[in-house]
Design a protein around this ligand. Sequence first.
Ligand SMILES: [Zn+2]
Ligand SMILES: [Zn+2]
Length: 228
Amino acid sequence: MGFADLHIHSIASDGTATVAAILAYASDHTDLDVIAVTDHDQLESSLIACDMAARFRVQAVPGMEISTSEGHLLALFLSTPVPAGMSFVETAERVRLFGGLPIVAHPMDPMARSIGSRRLREIVRQYPGLLAGIETDNGSQLDLRTNRTSQRLRWDTGLPGLGCSDAHILSAIGNTRTAFIGHSVADLRRAIEHGEVVPVPTRRPARFMYQHLWRLALRYGLGRIDEA
Ligand SMILES: [Zn+2]
Ligand SMILES: [Zn+2]
């Protein structure tokens, strides 16, 4: 059994750690097998993480978090960046075109741009096979009960469920994980594609809330309220 955390932000977007620090933390302080650095609307930092990962225990897959016109979409195993601002469906189709797996990020999150349940059900019905998964457990939700709605959507849509930290600080990495059969990057991709992944619910220390709120306060102060 392997574990992956596939939604992590670096200083390339609104995270607080460098790519090297993320790889070092995941290697030395977690039991994660695979991570993905998924910065907002740029793939570069994730490609750097993949290049650097050979020097660390943990493996890395390329990815980014794309701001579609209808909410955030995670793109994993992506080879080419996909621009922001397109519809959810068009963005997911581009991700597939470039060999990636489109994953719904934090659906119905009140704090970040997110797709709603009615629209998501509609897309799943009209475009079967387009989406590769849904984030059912997001470790950066202020109120973890928000994840229950995503978990219900997972059963309603039949999409594979993933657990991700959405970490913006080092200590949050791995607080929410996806379990899969195997340990390698290839095992992980196969598991997602076959729906053989299990989201591991969030476990985080009490100090997380203080650190998270402090980071949010800084972000609100900078006028950047739409990213998560
Ligand atoms: Zn997001
Ligand atoms: Zn995010």
